[in-house]
Design a protein around this ligand. Structure first.
Ligand SMILES: Nc1ncnc2c1ncn2[C@@H]1O[C@H](COP(=O)(O)OP(=O)(O)OP(=O)(O)O)[C@@H](O)[C@H]1O
Ligand SMILES: [Mg+2]
Length: 402
């Protein structure tokens, strides 16, 4: 039979000043699942108590120096050994009157000399079995606690998943209503226009369609179609980004020419409305890099449309040049409402719009998409702004994609 694991062994401490008594008790108590430790004095017993956890202590009452009762008081006084059951071994006639105070009931007992082997064994067995039971209970408690902790962990994980799911569902709903709103507004305007034109045609009022009015109608339609097209392209880009399918096609591109082209395309939008907005370009010539020109142009378009939207009608300046560290630099500076420092990171995330954007059209996608395009080229985009003092967005691109 293999030896029992030490956790199953009950240690018993015997304290007696006479070696022959110790030997006799040790012989009496030694059995398979019991390990007997002996001490000849209270001091020795105390140091053994520091070393091991005991199921029971058998203390001789009459010992020179520290008596068994004094030793028990010390055992009782320490939190580590307070619950150790004690059996006093006493000369019946002399010690019987003594009542050991302060010790919990049941945790203390007496054996009287001369010792009866059977009585000693059965008494000790009661205590060691009790000890084994309490150890087992302790083990079950630990297991129970571990199971409870595991269960709690699972419940927490489940709750977290549920919260994430709800957030995702809410975001999807918000997204859908935002997209339909953004598409419905220009579509609503266009269909109303179409109805009104149809009514004039039905009345035979062809003279109303003067060349100027026709031109204005075409311009308006073009604007609505452009804004819807841009929205749908943004959504497609977002879907590509989410599936990691965004690819850039770098080819030799002249930065100044690109900026020139975009600014020229934008000119008409800056001239619309009651008061034209001043748009200027400062471009350094001959900066050529390996870039996907349609993506870089789109970044500039996004920054320019923001400057127009949030620039409060004040002048907007575009710069295309080289930065100190040899990177190509595109910058768009406006003098509008500006962006608080606390929001300057947030605006680059999807669907983030600031309260200052008010009821202006937009989904909060432009900067997110721009940043992704710039990153795809190995570059970075930063903003420098103070509320009320305009904003400057700066795009830095390595001459060849990293
Ligand atoms: N030049 C700027 N001045 C002040 N605030 C700005 C400026 N550019 C962007 N913002 C703020 O950052 C937010 C996010 O900009 P972003 O371009 O990503 O989205 P959007 O313009 O709201 O919508 P979208 O570009 O999708 O049409 C804007 O809603 C606005 O609150
Ligand atoms: Mg925008």
């Amino acid at each position: 039979m293999s030896a029992p694991p030490s956790a199953d062994v009950a240690r018993i401490l015997i304290v007696d000043d006479l070696p022959e008594n110790l030997l006799a008790l040790q012989a009496l108590l030694s059995e398979d699942r019991v390990r007997v430790h002996t001490a000849q004095s209270g001091q020795e017993a105390l140091s053994l108590l520091l070393e091991h956890e005991f199921a029971l202590a058998l203390l001789d009452v009459q010992m020179p120096g520290m008596s068994g009762f004094e030793l028990a008081e010390l055992i009782r006084g320490s939190s580590r050994t307070r619950h150790l059951p004690i059996v006093f071994v006493s000369a019946a006639d002399r010690d019987q009157g003594y009542t050991f105070r302060g010790y919990e009931n049941g945790a203390v007992d007496f054996l009287y000399k001369p010792l009866d082997a059977h009585a000693v064994r059965s008494k000790v067995r009661v205590f060691t079995e009790l000890h084994a039971q309490s150890r087992e209970l302790q083990r079950q408690l630990v297991e129970l606690e571990a199971a409870r902790a595991e269960q709690q962990r699972l419940v927490d994980a489940l709750q977290q998943t549920q919260a994430e799911l709800q957030r995702a569902l809410k975001m999807r709903d918000e997204f859908m209503s935002m997209v339909s709103h953004e598409l419905r507004t220009p579509l609503g305007v266009m269909s109303l226009e179409a109805i009104m034109r149809q009514q004039r045609l039905d009345r035979g009022d062809v003279a109303w369609f003067t060349p100027e009015r026709l031109q204005a109608m075409v311009d308006k339609d073009t604007r609505q179609v452009r804004s819807m097209t841009r929205l749908i392209e943004d959504l497609l880009d977002i879907a590509r980004l989410q599936h990691g399918r965004l690819s850039i096609r770098p080819q030799p591109t002249n930065l100044g020419d690109l900026a020139q082209r975009v600014v020229a395309d934008f000119e008409s939008q800056f001239q619309q409305g009651d008061r034209p907005v001043l748009l200027t370009l400062k471009a350094q010539p001959d900066i050529v890099g390996e870039w996907d020109d349609s993506r870089v142009a789109q970044v500039l378009v996004n920054l320019l449309s923001n400057a127009l939207r949030y620039g409060e009608g004040k002048p907007v300046e575009v710069e295309a040049g080289l930065a100190e560290d040899g990177l190509a630099r595109l910058a768009v500076r406006d003098q509008g409402m500006g962006i608080p420092a606390a929001d300057q990171d947030r605006i680059f995330q999807q669907f983030e719009r600031l309260p200052t954007a008010g009821r202006s059209p937009g989904m909060g996608l432009g900067l997110y998409i721009s940043q992704q395009f710039v990153k795809a080229h190995g570059g970075r985009i930063t903003v420098c702004s103070q509320p009320g003092q305009g904003a400057c967005f700066e795009v830095l691109l390595p001459l060849t994609p990293r």
